[in-house]
Ligand binder design. Structure first.
Ligand SMILES: [Zn+2]
Length: 486
C-alpha cells in the first residue's frame, strides 16, 4: 500500500466511525472531506505512527451579508477549512496539556520564555478527498488522462458562470437536461470548484469510448467556480484552455452573492508560509506549524496544477524568525471517498435522480470534551431561529469559541511564564490579540506584499468582538444587545 493510500484509509476509517449526524444522505447527497494527521516517528527512525487528529466535511460558504461581527458564524465551511479550524481546537488542548506538564503533549518547552515547540519526531500531514478549489482545480485535460472533450463555446460558459447558486450540485439540479448535458462535456466546475470536478470525471469516463474518433480537438481544462479577486486580472473566459488564467487569487462562490473567503488553493498556499496554527496560538509557539505533505484522494487531479497552486509562495523572503517557506510534498491516493460526488448514485426512489451537496459540515478533533461539532449555514445544526445569536447556537470552531479557548489557556499561565508578545499588554478584542502576534503579522505582511497584494482584508469591524462577560445572567439578551462589553 502506498503512503498516500495508507493516509487516506486512516481518514476514511475515522470518518466512518463518526455518527451519522451531518453526513450526506445515501444516494441523495455528497460532501467533501479533509483531515489533519499527526505523524510520530520513533527515535530509531523506524517506527511511524499515523493518527487522524482533526477532520472536517462541507462544501458551503456564506456571503458577506451573512457574516457576523460577533465571530459566531462560520464563514467558510469547505472541508479543508473546517479541518484546519478543528485542528486548532486540538492544538489548543495539546498546549494546555504542555502547560500543565503533561509529557504526552505534542509540545515541549522551547528555549524562548513562554514559547513551545513540537516534540522531536512529530509532524503533520493534510488530507483532502478532492483537489482544493481555486487554482489547483484548473487542470489541463491531458494531465488527468482525460482525452479530448468537445471544446466549450464562450457563450455557453457565460451562461453558466453567471448563474449564482452555491454549488455545482445545486446548479445541476436546477438546470434543464440539455444544459446539464452540455456542462457534462464542458469541464465546467463553475460553482463548487470542488465537487463538480467529480461530476466531470463521470462525464469523462463516458466520453472515453469516443476518444479515438475524436482526435482533433482543442485542449480543454477542468474549471473552478472560484472567481478572481477584485482589483486584479480576470479570467479571459475564452473557449477550452483559454477560459481561466492560472496562479491567481480567487474567492469562493456563495449563494447568490460573492463571499470574502479565499479559495482553498489560496489558503493552503498561505499555510506554507504562515503555518496552520493561526495568529492566536502563534503567541505560544516558537514558529509556524507546517504540513510536511498534502495527500489528495482519488478525483480529477494534476500534479503540475496543484504544485503550481500550493507553491506560489516559494520565493518569499525577509520572513521573521520562526517562519519560513515549507512547500509540502504533494501526493495522490488511489482510494476514493465513500461520499464523494461520483460515489453518490441517485437512488431509485428519487424520481428526479437529483444529487445535491450535503448542507451540513462535520467537525471532529481528538480532544477530550465534545470532539464532534455539526453545523449548517455556519451555526450549530438544528438550532432554532430564535436561538441564533446565542452562545448555544455557536460552533465550537467559530472565531469567538476558539478565542475563548485561547483566553482560557492564557488564564492558566503565570505572568512570569507569558510569552513576550503577551506580557504587559492591555488587550481585549479578538483583533487586539491577533495584531499582538507580531512575528505572525510580520510574516503575513511579507507574504502579502511579495506574493498576494490583492488578498482581501477581513473587515475590521467583524473582528472587534471581545470575550463574553464572566457571569452573564442572561446570555440570550447579551447576544441581542450586540455584545457590548469590555
Ligand atoms: Zn474549497
Amino acid at each position: 500500500m502506498s503512503e498516500a493510500d495508507r493516509i487516506s484509509s486512516l481518514v476514511y476509517d475515522r470518518y466512518r466511525s463518526l455518527p451519522r449526524r451531518g453526513k450526506p444522505e445515501t444516494g441523495l447527497q455528497w460532501t467533501l472531506l479533509a483531515a489533519v494527521l499527526k505523524i510520530s516517528e520513533g527515535a530509531d527512525g523506524q517506527s511511524v505512527q499515523r493518527e487522524v487528529v482533526a477532520l472536517g466535511t462541507g462544501s458551503k460558504c456564506i456571503g458577506r451579508s451573512a457574516m457576523s461581527p460577533k465571530g459566531d458564524v462560520l464563514n467558510d465551511s469547505h472541508a479543508e477549512v473546517i479541518a484546519r479550524r478543528s485542528c486548532v481546537r486540538y492544538l489548543t488542548e495539546q498546549l494546555s496539556g504542555a502547560l500543565r506538564g503533561d509529557h504526552n503533549s505534542i509540545f515541549c518547552p522551547s528555549d524562548q520564555r513562554g514559547k513551545w515547540k513540537l516534540r522531536p519526531g512529530i509532524s503533520f500531514i493534510f488530507f483532502s478527498s478532492h483537489t482544493p478549489c481555486g487554482d489547483a482545480s484548473i487542470i489541463p485535460m491531458i494531465d488527468s488522462q482525460v482525452q479530448p472533450c468537445p471544446p466549450v463555446k464562450a457563450e455557453q460558459d457565460n451562461r453558466v458562470t453567471n448563474q449564482d447558486s452555491e454549488t455545482g450540485g445545486e446548479r445541476w439540479s436546477e438546470e434543464t437536461g440539455g444544459v446539464r448535458k452540455r456542462l457534462k462535456v464542458s469541464p465546467d466546475d463553475a460553482q463548487t470548484g470542488d465537487g463538480s470536478q467529480a461530476e466531470h470525471e463521470t462525464a469523462v469516463e463516458r466520453n472515453a469510448e469516443s476518444v479515438e474518433s475524436d482526435s482533433v480537438q482543442q485542449p480543454d481544462i477542468h474549471r473552478t467556480g472560484a472567481k478572481c479577486v477584485p482589483g486584479g486580472p480576470a479570467d479571459p473566459l475564452g473557449p477550452g484552455s483559454g477560459y481561466h488564467s492560472v496562479g491567481l487569487l480567487r474567492v469562493k462562490p456563495g449563494r447568490g452573492e460573492p463571499t470574502l473567503s479565499l479559495s482553498c488553493s489560496d489558503k493552503l498556499a498561505r499555510w506554507t508560509i504562515m503555518g496552520f496554527q493561526g495568529a492566536l496560538l502563534s503567541h505560544f509557539l516558537q514558529g509556524g506549524l507546517y504540513f510536511r505533505a498534502v495527500v489528495v484522494g482519488k478525483c480529477p487531479y494534476s500534479q503540475q496544477a496543484i504544485e503550481r497552486a500550493l507553491n506560489r509562495c516559494a520565493h518569499v523572503s525577509s520572513l521573521p524568525e520562526g517562519f519560513s517557506v515549507h512547500p509540502p510534498e504533494i501526493m495522490q491516493s488511489s482510494l476514493e471517498f465513500i461520499h464523494s460526488r461520483t460515489n453518490t448514485r441517485p437512488s431509485l426512489s428519487d424520481a428526479q435522480g437529483r444529487v445535491v451537496p450535503c448542507g451540513a459540515a462535520v467537525s471532529w478533533c481528538a480532544v477530550s470534551r465534545r470532539p464532534l461539532d455539526v453545523t449548517a449555514n455556519g451555526y450549530k445544526q438544528g438550532v432554532t431561529k430564535k436561538a441564533l445569536g446565542t452562545p448555544q447556537a455557536r460552533s465550537l470552531i467559530s472565531k469567538v469559541e476558539l478565542f475563548h479557548s485561547f483566553l482560557e489557556l492564557l488564564a492558566t499561565v503565570d505572568d512570569s511564564q507569558l510569552p513576550e508578545s503577551l506580557r504587559g499588554k492591555e488587550l481585549s478584542s479578538y483583533w487586539d490579540y491577533k495584531q499582538a502576534a507580531e512575528e505572525y503579522q510580520q510574516a503575513w505582511d511579507a507574504l502579502r506584499s511579495q506574493v498576494f497584494p490583492l488578498w482581501p482584508r477581513s473587515p475590521r469591524e467583524l473582528l472587534l468582538f471581545c470575550r463574553d462577560p464572566p457571569s452573564a445572567p442572561n446570555r440570550s439578551s447579551l447576544a441581542s444587545s450586540g455584545q457590548q462589553q469590555s
